[in-house]
Ligand binder design. Structure first.
Ligand code: GLV
Ligand code: MG
Length: 308
């Protein structure tokens, strides 16, 4: 069985699992992914009921065109197993992935994989279809990120969780997504690159976490633009106003997309019998070869996924 794990995730919309009004509204927004949250957006006393609310909305809502994800609580809490059992037993066929926050090591992914397999077998669901998204939110997780990325064939994405991460390493900033005052360079560069390398080395997607100044769309664009420039596939959105910006920032520009398709066409022609079986060729003033083809494929792939 092969499962397509490369779903569009330019915009990953967070929705509190305890808020029916937001769960209703989220269905009409043009986000690539929606994740219904049982973790930090859900108060402890609201979690038991939120599990059932999520099951109801997954089964009865219209999520057409969206990747459907539920974020459960992390394994150090007392809630995780019941989150997974209730949600997957109740709505497994209408759910694409479970997001696991604060992942610290590969064993935590293996444990979730085993639990999912048990539920799928018991319920008669397709075994292995539900994917896992792993959030990296502390130093242990970052140190183990490559093993985490390899821990299960269910893993689809590695996600940076800046709020918890900054708190866990004592970074001196209170504005999530913004630079800490007093440091003259990009304080997130190392973390983002390490996550990106683990994702790319294992054919997974890399997703940037939230930007909490929800009314500052220019600030969101700037921070999202940095992650997109490095090669990240998408970013969390916390507010309807951030959705279009994320979709735009994580799609190539029309000009870049058209150019990438041109390179692919030209390369295909020049390497063919009719084109002289060449290893490299000129496209205007630009030399193109196998490496340019690969770079063009990345841009074209993102553009095609965005429906360009
Ligand atoms: C997200 O969960 C974060 O902690 O930034
Ligand atoms: Mg977090």
């Amino acid at each position: 069985m092969t499962v397509n794990r490369l779903r569009p995730r330019r915009s990953c919309l967070a929705v509190p699992g305890s808020n029916p009004r937001f769960l209703e509204k989220a269905q009409g927004l043009p986000a690539d992914q929606v994740f219904l949250d049982l973790e930090d957006a859900c108060a402890p006393l609201a979690k038991p009921e939120a599990r059932h609310t999520i099951v109801k909305f997954l089964n009865e809502g219209d999520w057409t065109g969206k990747t459907r994800v539920v974020r459960v609580n992390d394994w150090t809490t007392e809630w995780t197993y019941r989150d997974v059992v209730t949600v997957v037993e109740g709505a497994g066929p209408n759910l694409d992935c479970i997001m696991l926050p604060k992942v610290q090591n590969a064993q935590q992914i293996v444990a979730l994989d085993l639990l999912l397999t048990q539920i799928e077998k018991t319920m008669g669901f397709e075994v292995g279809r539900i994917g896992i998204e792993a959030q990296i939110e502390n130093a242990q997780g970052l140190n183990n990120v490559n093993e985490i990325a390899q821990a299960s064939p269910r893993i689809e994405t590695i996600i940076f969780g800046p709020a918890d991460f900054m708190a866990s390493i004592n970074m001196k900033s209170l504005v999530v997504g913004e630079q800490p005052p007093g440091y003259p360079a990009d304080a997130y560069h190392y973390i983002l690159m390490k996550i990106l390398m683990a994702a790319r080395a294992n054919d997974l997607q890399a997703i940037d976490g939230p930007y909490l100044q929800i009314r500052n769309v220019d600030g969101f664009r700037e921070v999202a633009g940095r992650a997109a420039a490095l090669g990240f596939d998408g970013k969390w959105v916390l507010h309807p106003g951030q959705v279009d910006a994320a979709n735009e920032v994580f799609s190539p520009s029309q000009e870049d997309y058209d150019h990438a398709e041109l390179i692919l066409d030209a390369y295909e022609y020049y390497t063919s019998e009719a084109g002289g079986k060449k290893g490299s060729a000129m496209l205007g003033d630009e030399m193109i070869d196998e490496a340019s083809r690969k770079m063009a494929l990345v841009i074209a792939g993102k553009g095609r996924a965005a429906g360009m």
